[in-house]
Design a protein around this ligand. Structure first.
Ligand code: SF4
Length: 218
């Protein structure tokens, strides 16, 4: 299995580099808000909603904690579930102000599992959102499992079929070294967007068809 995983990473590296790697020191609050907006929303609409929000408000918890819900909603209208997301963003901003003095960076001093648990205690923050913040803002060793990562990893035979979030995350992590987690996460997403699409995977064109157990070449 490790050779299979290694081969997949080699092929992905060859076919998708150079990717624009996200800086690891991005602001955790901004990453958190962007990830909440992205829930059940396309990348394009997430980007538009985040842009609207960041143009209207300074992206600080103290600002969003005091913003009018209706104004946050207006910015998020392009994203799905915008009413609910607006409430979560205001609520979470208030908690971050009160509990963390407006700065989530204090979480980074905690051991990994504790920092993850602390983030998941915030409203609207599940394992994926917590993992995105931990990986992208703090460079912590975790592989967030979004819909692309889950589908592609399963089709490639890297993780058990129908595994839950933790099974998929831990299975993937066991196959790669922590320094590669960010790369693996981003490359699997790139593969899912370009070739391994949910409804009609483009197996004939996919660079991984030589090693993929789920390829359909007809
Ligand atoms: S060969 Fe097909 S199923 Fe396998 S990873 Fe590529 S697109 Fe997905």
């Amino acid at each position: 299995m490790e050779n299979h995983a290694k081969k997949i990473l080699q092929i992905l590296n060859r076919n998708f580099l150079p990717l624009k790697w996200e800086k690891k020191d991005r602001d955790p609050f901004q990453i958190l808000i962007a990830t909440i907006i992205s829930q059940n929303t396309s990348d394009k609409n997430t980007a538009k909603a985040y842009e609207n929000l960041s143009k209207r408000f300074k992206m600080l918890s103290k600002v969003l904690a005091n913003a009018e819900i209706s104004e946050i909603e207006e910015c998020l209208k392009v994203a799905g579930l915008y009413r609910n997301k607006a409430r979560v963003i205001k609520h979470i901003s208030k908690i971050i102000e009160k509990k963390f003095g407006g700065d989530l960076k204090s979480i980074t001093c905690l051991p990994f599992e504790e920092s993850r648990k602390t983030l998941m205690e915030l409203p609207g923050v599940g394992p994926k959102t917590a993992d995105v913040v931990l990986l992208f803002a703090f460079g912590k060793p975790t592989i967030p499992v979004d819909t692309h990562v889950n589908r592609v990893a399963e089709r490639l035979g890297l993780v058990p079929k129908n595994g839950n979030y933790e099974t998929v995350r831990k299975s993937l992590q066991s196959l790669y070294c922590p320094e590669d987690y960010l790369r693996v996460h981003k490359l699997l997403i790139s593969l899912g967007r370009k070739y391994c699409k949910a409804k009609k995977p483009l197996c004939l064109e996919c660079p991984l068809n030589v090693v993929c157990p789920s390829k359909k070449m007809a």
